[in-house]
Design a protein around this ligand. Structure first.
Ligand code: MLT
Length: 346
């Protein structure tokens, strides 16, 4: 990798053109020797000639952050430039998505986001972006199972007991999530709908901090991704009742599926993709897609995801064409479900 030099990037002409958020984040970066902005074709030909920022819409240490940092390393090696991971929390991931939609379309600002990219249009009336119009997709990264978990001293021992307990104590049970539009909130919505209850939701900036409170016993329940909960489940620090996939997860072999537990309708997988602003040149998108496809074949990525209950997407799914189709069909899929649930963020 080319050696960089450190400078106040906020004053750098290219980075200065980006919105304050990204420029600020770049202010203390050590960047490779940059060839400057250059015109569109020149820029695409020279890409990448400096640090790339991967924006994560949730707190550091959570499942989205974990997946991002895992693929950032081999992608950085393939692209020959450092990848800086920047956490931009708030509003279930929509603040980060709005910032990236408005960032310079030069390939130096990339969004990692998940199923929330498809549910936000149905949840937010005033969304500052349109997923299919304001972004180009780079490709699918992975799909992650969700686990229904509780604080360790939560009374119910089994899924069935949890269902009965929650139905009988709905007015006191608390349910953590990462805000309206988060996968944890969507799964919590489906759980409450299936149980016919309305619980007290406790929103966090990510399920990293939410899990910390669950382990501490500050909140009762959460539905969250195995990329976050696997370690605490295996360590016995939290209770786990079920996994939301059709088959059991190898890294949690004793955890029944929701179907085995009698709730087959509660099946949800959290798919994650990479996105760039819509005007980003196709040549640059191709560079990013190529690096993603290499990363998804990296043995460490495969092994780490497997330990956390997930797997890299296929090379066919890790393409702009396939992921745009998935995003479009998922937006259509979730719209009536969310409308029926009567949930809105604003
Ligand atoms: C969520 O949607 O719940 C997020 O994935 C949580 C996170 O990544 O922190």
């Amino acid at each position: 990798m080319r050696q960089g030099h450190s400078y106040d990037a906020a004053a750098h002409p290219r980075l200065g053109r980006t919105r304050p958020l990204i420029g600020l984040a770049a202010a203390t970066l050590t960047l490779a020797a940059c060839g400057g902005g250059g015109g569109g074709d020149d820029a695409a030909a020279a890409y990448p000639d400096g640090d790339i920022t991967f924006v994560v819409p949730f707190s550091a240490g959570g499942p989205t952050d974990t997946v991002t940092r895992l693929i950032a390393e081999p992608m950085s090696e393939e692209l020959g430039q450092p990848i800086v991971v920047q956490n931009v929390e708030g509003a279930g991931g929509t603040i980060a998505a709005g910032e990236v939609a408005a960032a310079e379309p030069d390939g130096y600002t990339v969004l990692m986001h998940h199923i929330g990219m498809s549910t936000a249009p149905s949840l937010y009336n005033n969304l500052p972006y349109a997923p299919l119009e304001d972004f180009k997709t780079v490709g699918l990264v992975t799909e992650v199972p969700m686990t229904i978990v509780a604080r360790q001293d939560f009374e119910p021992q089994t899924f069935e007991e949890m269902v009965e307990y929650v139905k009988a104590n709905a007015d006191t049970v608390t349910l953590a999530n990462a805000g309206v539009g988060a996968a944890s909130q969507l799964c919590g919505l489906l759980l409450q709908d299936a149980l016919g209850v309305k619980l007290t939701e406790v929103p966090y900036e990510g399920t990293g901090p939410a899990l910390t409170d669950l382990v501490a016993g500050e909140v009762d329940l959460m539905c969250d991704q195995t990329t976050n909960t696997t370690g605490q489940i295996q360590a016995g620090e939290i209770k786990a009742y079920a996994v939301t996939t059709a088959e059991r997860v190898e890294s949690l072999p004793d955890l029944p599926t929701t179907e085995e537990a009698g709730l087959p309708e509660l099946q949800v997988g959290v798919w994650h993709g990479l996105y760039v602003p819509a005007e980003t040149p196709d040549e640059i998108v191709q560079e990013l897609t190529g690096a993603l496809q290499v990363a998804l074949q990296d043995q460490n990525v495969i092994d780490q995801l497997a330990e956390l209950g997930a797997a890299p997407s296929s090379q066919e799914e890790a393409t702009p064409e396939a992921h745009t189709e998935r995003l479009s069909s998922q937006i259509d899929l979730w719209q009536p479900i969310i409308e029926e649930a009567g949930v809105s963020a604003d």
